[in-house]
Design a protein around this ligand. Sequence first.
Ligand SMILES: *Cc1c(COP(=O)(O)O)cnc(C)c1O
Length: 392
Amino acid sequence: MSKWSKRTQQIHAGIRRSQYGEVAEAIYLTQGFVYDTAEQAEARFVELGEDEFIYARYGNPTVRMFEERIAALEGAEDAFATASGMAAVNGALTSVVKAGDHVVAARALFGSCLYILEDILARFGVEITLVDGTDLDQWRAALRPGTAAVFLESVSNPTLEVIDLKSVCDLAHAVGAIVIVDNVFATPVFSNAFALGADVVVYSATKHIDGQGRCLGGVVLGSRDYIRGKLEPYLKHTGGALSPFNAWVMLKGLETMDLRVRAQADSALKLATALEGHPKLSRVIYPGLKAHPQHDLAMAQTGSGGTVLSLEVTGGQAGAFRFLNALEIVTISNNLGDAKSIITHPATTTHQRLPQDQKDLLGIAPGLVRLSVGLEDADDLLTDITSALKMI
Ligand SMILES: *Cc1c(COP(=O)(O)O)cnc(C)c1O
């Protein structure tokens, strides 16, 4: 398939047709598989062939179609799909570290990722160092010979800081560390992570891959050695498998992902540009704006500012709440990447758990809101947002 572009591969890659020759991908909603003979069962437990399965926790044909399609899009040798984005992050990290190891991570992380590092891995004797991901000197100071892994979000949530992937990968590889990138905000459409040096890329498929707010899912992508040698044994025995039905939803999501994500990113840029300098906004954060501190880096890395922007409204939390409550089209929720535009107030929801000094450090101000731009008409969204801003 590799001679075809991503737009073509997102429709065709990985398809496995049954004897019925169905056009759309089949949902193999089965947890087990039958064997013709006892000898065949024995042989499969010794070694699995390409089209052979034994149990859906280990693999399933619909799930395998999703894994092969997303691997083709990302340019990865292999992929393993998981029940959620967090099962993917947990698997990617926990399958490669052991007690006594050292992990360096960018501080601006999704709350549950921070929990895995600081609460779970630390409890098992893994030493964690958190750095400001945009400061290469901090990476340099934190990495040391024997550092086992580096973990980062290529674009951080919710303040949309962009990390220089190539430089961080070079620094990490110089000390022998494996680089695991949570690439949700970059999206598979704009991702260039493997070309920039990432060893492992993780997605919450719940976001842009489904793109219509239906199912939880996740995926880990990497070399065949990593996926089959390290990750699969961990995941198949600990049980984070993706359901075949959810895999089918994700497969159908992938077919339209390029169209959706590009349209959402175009609208995000349009909104960010129109809202810049608005008197009720003290900050408009969007990597696609020239004023963003890492604008050039974002454009070089992914060629797009992405589908999410963050706004800091005047009047602090009260101002933010008035603004959210006055919106008519944009819905208050905490997902992102959806066809529906979604707005969230991180300080009181997704990042509520963080102590105030951490919120300050990460720029999660009381007036900050995160807007995931959907597929509605961009002019309607702008009208909705500017009308609601008047209520502050
Ligand atoms: C949503 C998200 C996750 C977790 O994904 P789930 O599918 O909700 O488990 C991890 N990392 C980032 C950056 C996310 O946005």
